[in-house]
Structures are given as C-alpha cells and as structure tokens.
Design a protein around this ligand. Structure first.
Ligand code: G1P
Length: 286
C-alpha cells in the first residue's frame, strides 16, 4: 500500500493552551523557531508523502499564509543580501503540495477526518495530529508505512501511558504479534483506568484505509459528545485488520504548556547554534 496523502488536523480550539489560542492557532505556536505544524509537514515529506491536506477552521488563516509564498519578505531579504535566509523561506513554500479544507463545526476528530473524504478518495492515507511531535531517527510515518506494507492493513501509533493518563487517550486492546507490533482487538476512547483494556494509548499518527469514511458517516457522537475516530476504528475491526506500532523515538504532547516547554528545551538542545548557551543557562538555573 503506497501512502501518498497525509491529512493534518488543525481545526481544534486549542483549549488546553488558552489564553494564547484565543487569537492564535495552536498549530502556529513556535517550537524553537518553527511553528508546531511544520514539524508534521516535514515528517510527512521525509516519509515520502506527496500531498498534504490540512483541515482548518475559522481563525486559522495564518496557517495558509505561512506555507504560501511571501514575495515582499523574499524581496526584502534579497535586497539585504540574506541569501541563506531567503533560501530557507522559499523552501517552506515549496516543500510539498498542500491543500486546505475547513471543518465548519468542531464536532470531533472523527468529523474532521470525514471532511477530507472526497479529497482523499479511494486510497489509504496518513493522519497526523500536529500536537504530537515525534523526534526520531526514522520519521514516525515512515516507521508506520513499513508496518502497513508488511501486514497490508491500517496502522496506529501507540505508547505506554500511566494509570493516571488513560483518560487522555484512546486505549487499545492489544494482541502482540512481534516486538513493538500489536494486532488491535478493540479500542476505547479515554477510559477510566479501571475500564482500560491495556496501558497502550493512541498517539497522533494513523495510517487509515478509505473504509473509515463510510463508518464515520454513521458513527454517533461518543465521548464528550464528539464523533470519535476511536469509535469508528472499533467498528472497522469487524471488516478489516488494524495494527498498532510502538514508535522508536521521543514523543512530546506539544498541545499543553508543559509538553510544549519540554519539546522546546529538548529540540533547542539539539540545535548547534543554540545548544551550548542553553546548556550553560540550564546548569546555572539548577
Ligand atoms: C485524540 C484521540 C485519542 C488519541 C489522542 C492522541 O484525542 O481522540 O484517541 O489518543 O488524540 O493525541 P485528543 O487529544 O484530540 O482529545
């Protein structure tokens, strides 16, 4: 199964990051010096994706502007003979073919995925939730496409979560098939720890087959009154196999202030131009 398209959902309110998200899309918060969403776009490109589809909503125009050409800025940098910076700016707008669609009401992740039905068409696709930043040698989506090809099925990324965190994730009922790979037997969205079938939580990377769309159309609102992708995947199991992969790498939930701060520090410590000064500063602080 060749995966050509990646869907990135960027339509949510960003309530866990209020008040800054009152007037600024969460996806445009900076991680070091790039917006959150650029990390997902780069991961997609580095995994061989040819087209990115971003699901936005009202108030998210700055995402489209960001990936567009910025002629005035380019002209300015050209005049200032900032050729390195100019090249970096041009690369952002030419990275990949991106199209946008709006989710008109925030009715849940399942509903957001349904908006791309006609754009994706009848082929498997990747789904990325840009809050989840995955720092790994092999890009996360690439790790997943390898499993998708091996088993010929959809794949979701999972990670071990603590008892106190089952309420934050979709939790799978796993059947181990090889190191770090599980056949998914069932899924529950954000269960209490006592109801959770395991401690493997879904993180924001999925490879889905187009069968999910017809199921989403008839999936009623679930947890928190939202159409849940997790519920649709549970129904999908009656028709198709689904696998789960524990990724190699570090994942940050950059959609919360604490996760975002951790991601900023770790990523900055990997930057040659920043690391040594930052390390000195952190040592002094501690
Ligand atoms: C969504 C999914 C959930 C998944 C999580 C990963 O929840 O519904 O199953 O575990 O993303 O980040 P959200 O975080 O949007 O509430």
């Amino acid at each position: 199964m060749k995966i050509r398209k990646a869907v990135i959902t960027a339509a949510g309110w960003g309530t866990r990051f209020l008040p800054v998200t009152r007037s600024q899309p969460k996806e445009m918060l900076p991680l070091v010096d790039k917006p959150l969403i650029q990390y997902s776009v780069e991961e997609a490109v580095n995994s061989g994706i040819e087209q990115v589809i971003i699901v936005t909503s009202a108030g998210k125009r700055s995402i489209e502007d960001y990936f567009d050409r910025a002629f005035e800025l380019e002209h300015f940098l050209e005049r200032k003979k900032e050729s390195g910076l100019l090249q970096r700016m041009q690369e952002i707008s030419s990275m990949v073919n991106i199209c946008y669609i709006r989710q008109k009401e925030q009715k849940g992740l399942g509903d957001a995925v349904l908006t791309v039905k006609d754009i994706v068409g009848d082929e498997p696709f990747a789904l990325m939730l840009p809050d989840d930043i995955i720092n790994s040698k092999v890009p996360a989506l690439k790790q997943m496409t390898a499993i998708c090809e091996k088993y010929g099925s959809g794949v979701i990324a999972v990670e071990s979560v603590g008892d106190e965190d089952t309420r934050k994730y979709g939790i799978i009922e796993p059947e181990k098939v090889e190191d770090k790979v599980y056949k998914v037997v069932g899924l529950v969205e954000k269960p209490e720890p006592s109801e959770a079938p395991s401690r493997l939580g879904i993180i924001g990377r999925y490879i889905l087959t187009p069968a999910i769309f017809d199921i989403l159309k008839i999936t009623p609102p679930g947890k928190n009154g939202e159409v849940q992708l997790t519920d649709a995947l549970n129904t999908l199991l009656k028709q198709e196999k689904l696998f789960a992969l524990e990724l190699d790498g570090t994942r940050y939930d950059a959609g919360t202030p604490l996760g975002w701060l951790k991601a900023n520090v770790d990523l900055a410590l990997k930057r040659e131009d920043i690391a040594s000064e930052l390390r000195k500063y952190l040592k002094k602080l501690l």
